[in-house]
Design a binder for this molecule. Structure first.
Ligand code: PLP
Length: 462
């Protein structure tokens, strides 16, 4: 460690533990301290400017200085800075937000349950699956199926549903008695020679049904899926995949939870990922762009079938024994309401549809670059998969650290993107303009060329 004593960097390392970070490496690199933000840009403490190509954590939909959200929070702080949603109590913004969410849900929904993070929303959905099946006299129907490479959060339950080894190793996770794993529907990576995308989807779904049969459909409570897998590498479902999955779930009376924590509120070019991929879930989890991430808030939608079951059971038990101190907190609720109002007034979804081709076509132009294997995406989310040999689809070795190096080179070029293995993700604020996307693409083009030079120097490319 070589930082000036008492500098912000030294204090950060002394006192602040970072998530999703190699803590040992962090002691030499130190933090990037972001000082302020403006639109799609953020600035570090030394004044260096970056295009935030990931909208923070896939989440700051309205950019980094929306005054209306600041004002909504300030106003609510003055009126009522806190109230809870226990024991028949609530606050007005919480009611208004619930009503608004039910109105814009992609399929008929009955109630929303508020929490503070995506992980808590997933945890709540999982508990709902169990409570509901106890309520309807099917106490064995408790296992939840998630997919390899899924990301559903970092709580004990949500991390268990997450299908990424790095989130499990050394934490004694996943819990396995109620969590099952099925295939990741990434055709480019897992499709076999001679297999069409539709055939690959059928194979994934046949494996899903085989798992259900082996475990016994009477033991399977729910299947959870992100419409587009985010932190697992921005993976789009293979063509026909969800259509086939949903038929299997219906056949075996298995609940479907759509995890819209990233996709919700316009990211894929429609209000919901469910709209983009024709999903008809029983429950939906959402967070992030619900408040443009200005304050923490998440929600689980449940349909009426689940609500009726849960209601009856709570009468029998005497209470629905769930909720957090900050569930339905009026200040984040007021900010979320204002966020939804802005989406409507500015036709944010329409804007995403208008600018998405600039990002998607621009990214696809990199498909010819020697380091690039696959370019994928929809709406304002995308990824570029880096490969040692693009012709033969040979990946780099994890130890080569190609993804993280590209991420670091991008930062040198004023662009924040996110490496997930050797896929680099793009998920800019939804307010990004065509010109700003052009700048983002220019910075990435320079980054890829720098990466090529570095990879040549390391002898990593064929
Ligand atoms: C699809 C999905 N679900 C759940 C989560 C967890 O959300 P949080 O980090 O707010 O707990 C995330 C976070 O990125 C996510 O992408």
């Amino acid at each position: 460690m070589n930082f000036t004593p008492n500098s912000p960097e030294a204090r950060d390392i002394a006192y602040h533990l970072h998530g999703q970070t190699n803590l040992k490496a962090h002691e030499t690199t130190g933090p990037m301290i972001i000082g302020r933000g403006n639109g799609v840009r953020v600035y570090d403490e030394s004044g260096n400017e970056f295009i935030e190509g990931m909208a923070g954590l896939w989440s700051v939909s309205l950019g980094f200085n929306e005054p209306r959200l600041v004002e909504a929070a300030r106003r609510q702080m003055e009126i009522l800075p806190y109230y809870h949603t226990f024991a028949h109590k609530t606050a007005m913004p919480t009611i208004d937000l619930a009503e608004k969410l039910i109105k814009i849900a992609p399929v008929p929904m009955s109630k929303v349950v508020f929490q503070n993070s995506g992980s808590e929303a997933v945890d709540t959905a999982m508990k709902m699956v169990w409570y509901y099946h106890n309520a309807i006299g099917k106490p064995d129907k408790k296992k939840i199926i998630s997919r390899a490479n899924a990301y559903h959060g970092t709580g004990i339950a949500s991390a268990s549903l997450t299908g990424l080894a790095r989130m499990h190793e050394a934490f004694d996770l996943p819990i396995t008695d109620r969590v099952l794993r099925t295939d990741c529907p990434h055709f480019y990576k897992f499709g076999e020679d001679g297999e069409t995308e539709e055939e690959f989807a059928s194979r994934c779904v046949a494996n899903l049904e085989k798992l259900i049969d082996e475990e016994g459909p009477e033991t399977i409570g729910a299947f959870i899926a992100e419409p587009v897998m985010g932190a697992g590498g921005v993976i789009l479902p293979a063509a026909t995949y969800f259509e086939k999955v949903q038929a299997v779930l219906k056949k075996h009376d298995i609940l479907f939870i759509a995890d819209e924590v990233i996709c919700g509120f316009g990211r894929t070019g429609n209000m919901w990922g469910c709209d983009t991929f024709n999903l008809e879930p029983d429950m939906i989890t959402c967070a992030k762009a619900l408040s443009s991430s200005y304050l923490p808030i998440s929600a689980v939608f449940i349909n009426d079938k689940i609500y009726q079951g849960v209601k009856e059971k709570s009468d029998e038990v005497g209470v629905f024994g769930h909720g957090y101190t900050y569930s339905g907190h009026p200040v984040p609720a007021a900010v979320a309401l204002e966020t939804l109002k802005i989406y409507e007034e500015r036709d944010t979804v329409g804007h995403v549809q208008r600018v998405a081709p600039t990002l998607q076509d621009g990214l696809r132009k990199f498909a010819g670059h020697p380091l690039v294997g696959e370019v994928r995406g929809v709406g304002l989310i995308g990824a570029v998969e880096l490969m040692a040999d693009r012709e033969k689809a040979v990946p780099f070795q994890p130890g080569d650290k190609v993804g993280p190096t590209v991420q670091a080179l991008a930062e040198k070029n004023g662009l924040i993107i996110r490496a997930m293995g050797d896929a680099v993700g793009f998920c800019p604020p939804l307010v990004i303009t065509d010109d700003e996307i052009g700048e983002l693409l220019e910075r990435f083009a320079k980054t890829l060329d720098d990466a090529q030079e570095w990879a040549n120097g390391q002898g990593l490319v064929a």
